[in-house]
Design a binder for this molecule. Structure first.
Ligand code: C2E
Ligand code: CA
Ligand code: CA
Length: 396
């Protein structure tokens, strides 16, 4: 489709207040004035020139034109198709959409007040949000709210970290823990990390959350060491894709360790297997970690974007079999066969294996029989507080 250009002579109207929103325009040449009426007297709101966008407001919120546009000189406009604008808005971040609509609402409210000669009320007087049929503004606003509260939880240090024991089957002892972050929301109560980590991932908030968790983990190792726990258990920390992509996680591990005077080799990094797994970046992380003796585990293996290429190209020191397999391994012989094959394959690659989601004694026995080294799950222990963890080491 070619570009549609329109010409107007001085005094000609481009659109009138109350007209339906057909398209927006880009001023290519000339000047256009935007007018409304105050108590019947024309009032110029602005004068637009080359490069300015015109009439986009009514197109964005699909409402009648709120003002009249009139050519002041010879004017040449490029028509911007409605579908073109809407497509971009639809493709944008929901929060950006909400911000845009919020601004539009305020502008319209102020404009109405101006017309009637009242003092503009900047916030909608009803106090209610004007929502689209699909209600996405509402969700976006709720998200902004939640995100702000998460930020507050971070600054007030009310995010908590729990430690879930990882059991070494043959040695019959707890050799490590996985750090799992917890958020108790002031109104909603406990919110699953699956929800708020995903939220934090949408913004850079995941980075301070990750650093906070690392700091708590290093602090906990230091406290256990002070209490005389020897050997110290390892602590596994989850890292999501964005953390790997944007932060120098290894430096964060090193600085948290230095701050608390612990050996960074007591910290393990868990990377979730996902589509986003960037071979080059993870490969680089693994070799840098290797040089420092820090272990990297592949989390949730066998689900989602499971890819043997991950195992072939990346030398993870540990592979964690996803809970889904362990849950079904005793009822479904095919599932048992898969777990057995994964355990053998991972051993053949010289890596360690952790079976996740172990809930029954029978599952633990079956995993032991397959020579699986570590087990993690509610049978061994739920995610625990520091005090609960102490008692595992005879310090109760
Ligand atoms: P994940 O890394 O796969 O963590 C294991 C999840 O399974 C945890 O849920 C744990 O409480 C749960 N679980 C452990 N044993 C059992 C069991 O026997 N049965 C059942 N049904 N569940 C079990 P949680 O704590 O809700 O964490 C969910 C996910 O949130 C984690 O999955 C991880 O991907 C993410 N996450 C948690 N903490 C952090 C963090 O500090 N940073 C990042 N980036 N992600 C985190
Ligand atoms: Ca994990
Ligand atoms: Ca997992």
């Amino acid at each position: 489709m070619g570009t549609k250009r329109l010409q107007f002579s001085p005094g000609e109207v481009v659109f009138r207040e109350g007209d339906p929103p057909t398209s927006a325009y880009l001023v290519e040449a000339g000047k256009v004035e935007i007018l409304t009426q105050q108590d019947g007297i024309p009032l110029v709101l602005s004068i637009l020139g080359p490069g300015d966008l015109l009439g986009e407001m009514a197109v964005i919120d699909d409402a009648p034109r709120t003002a009249t546009a009139r050519a002041l000189t010879e004017v040449r406009l490029i028509e911007v198709d409605r579908a073109q604008i809407n497509e971009r808005i639809e493709a944008s971040d929901p929060i950006v959409r909400a911000l845009l609509k919020g601004q539009l609402n305020r502008y319209r409210t102020a404009l109405n007040a101006l017309r009637s000669g009242e003092t503009p009320v900047i916030v909608s007087s009803s106090g209610e949000h004007s929502l689209d049929a699909d209600g996405y503004d509402d969700k976006a606003v709720a998200k902004i709210h939640l995100e702000t509260q998460l930020r507050d939880a971070l600054t007030s240090r009310t995010l908590e970290v729990r430690f879930q024991p990882i059991y070494e089957i043959r040695e019959q002892r707890i050799s490590g823990y996985e750090a799992l972050v917890r958020w108790t929301h002031p109104v909603r109560g406990a919110i699953s990390p699956t929800e708020f980590i995903a939220l934090a991932e949408e913004t850079s908030l995941i980075l301070p959350v990750g650093e906070y968790v690392l700091d708590r983990v290093a602090e906990t190792l230091a406290k256990l060491s002070e209490l005389g726990v020897d050997p110290l258990p390892f602590m596994a920390v989850n890292m999501s894709g964005r953390q790997l992509a944007e932060a120098d996680m290894l430096s964060a591990v090193q600085s948290a360790s230095a701050r608390h005077g612990i050996d960074p080799r007591d910290i393990k990094i868990e990377v979730t297997e996902s589509l986003m797994l960037d071979f080059e970046r993870v490969g680089e992380l693994i070799s840098r970690c290797d040089a420092l003796g820090i272990k990297v585990a592949l989390d949730d293996f066998g689900t989602g974007y499971s890819n043997l290429g991950h195992l072939h190209k990346l030398q993870f020191s540990t592979v964690k079999i996803d809970q889904g397999f362990v849950r079904q391994m005793l009822e479904a012989p095919r599932c048992h066969a898969i777990v057995s094959a994964i355990v053998q394959m991972v051993h053949a690659l010289d890596s360690d294996i952790v079976a996740e989601g172990v809930e029954t004694d029978a599952q633990l026995q079956a995993l032991g029989a397959l020579n699986c080294r570590y087990a993690q799950g509610y049978l061994i222990g739920r995610p625990q507080t520091f005090d609960e963890m102490r008692s595992n080491h005879g310090l109760g």
